[in-house]
Write a protein that binds this ligand. Structure first.
Ligand SMILES: C[S@@+](CC[C@H](N)C(=O)[O-])C[C@H]1O[C@@H](n2cnc3c(N)ncnc32)[C@H](O)[C@@H]1O
Length: 289
């Protein structure tokens, strides 16, 4: 049944709710996308409490009960996935949710809600302002992280390094969904503390975080470096020069997202794997030194 539009009559709204109440598909944990679409529609058509609704309080109550039921399915799914991750089998299951999601654009979607529910990363209240040329924390949309994992072979010999890792969800997902070790380098202590707590809670012992300025980081173990535009100007220049020095010793890959991709793709020592744009993950390989 199609969702109703804003002008639909009361009868159509009632029929729609009745249909959803009987729809067993929505109870299947894997049907996350369908549940997200229905929850969006419920928010659109039944916002506010049933008591404050101008008409049909009974229908509002049913919509509210339905919303609670669907959100409970999502919470159980996230709790199950946390247990699976601790048992080492959650990564594959997580990746299946990402199959078929469109990977362009900078918006957030139901995959971000899933990742938030699974990783349980809480933003700290007070974080100092970033210095000049440094970018404040904003997470890479989850579908792009899943695309990065799909497009970038990451084996047991790889060390993935997120430069400016924020709350850490990129290294956490890479560690959960691949055989690689993953390291987050982040300047803000409060983010590092939470990222480490999440790795411990999810038993992701191949995922570590260091509190450090990326300019001072040790890149000698890394094989794949990720930048979601963490800084620009002279900091980006310094870090790219340090990465180029690593590439003279061994082949490395650089993945980027956002405005910094334009700078990365001008580096003569790198070759783009495909035609790269700022609104999706770009993957570069170093040329033999
Ligand atoms: C746009 S966010 C990206 C977060 C994360 N990589 C992601 O993709 O979800 C940029 C992050 O880089 C951090 N950052 C900025 N300058 C930095 C520096 N010089 N060294 C280390 N981290 C830095 C910020 O604190 C912020 O958490």
């Amino acid at each position: 049944m199609q969702p109703i539009d804003g002008r639909a009559k009361a009868g159509a709204r009632r029929a729609w709710i009745e249909h959803l109440e009987r729809d067993a598909v929505l109870e299947v944990p894997e049907r996350l996308r369908e549940r997200a679409e229905v929850l969006d529609q419920l928010d659109l058509h039944f916002h506010g409490s049933p008591e404050s609704a101008s008409g049909e309080p009974d229908l509002h109550r049913r919509a509210s009960a339905l919303r609670d039921r669907l959100e409970a399915v999502d919470r159980r799914l996230c709790a199950d996935l946390r247990v699976d991750l601790c048992n080492g089998c959650g990564g594959e299951r997580l990746l299946r949710f990402a199959n078929g999601s469109a990977a362009s654009g900078d918006h957030y979607d139901y995959l971000d809600d899933l990742v938030a529910g699974v990783l349980q990363l809480e933003a700290p209240g007070d974080v100092p302002d970033p210095g000049p040329d440094m970018v404040f924390y904003q997470p890479t949309p989850a579908r792009h992280v899943f695309e990065l994992i799909a497009r970038t072979p990451l084996g047991a010999d790889d060390v993935f390094v997120d430069l400016g890792s924020g709350l850490g969800h990129v290294p956490l997902l890479v560690g959960a969904c691949s055989a690689a070790r993953a390291l987050g380098v982040e300047l803000q202590a409060a983010y590092v503390e939470r990222a480490r707590a999440a790795a411990t809670a999810l038993c992701l012992d191949r995922v570590t975080f260091v509190e450090q300025d990326a300019r001072a980081a040790d890149f000698s173990e890394g094989t794949v470096f990720y930048l979601y535009t963490p800084f620009g100007g002279s900091i980006l220049r310094t870090v790219l020069d340090a990465l180029r020095a690593q590439a003279e010793r061994r082949a490395i890959r650089i993945c980027s997202y956002g405005p910094c991709t334009a700078t990365v793709e001008r580096e003569a020592w790198l070759k783009a794997r495909t035609a790269e744009t700022a609104d999706r993950i770009a993957v570069f390989e170093s040329l033999p030194g």
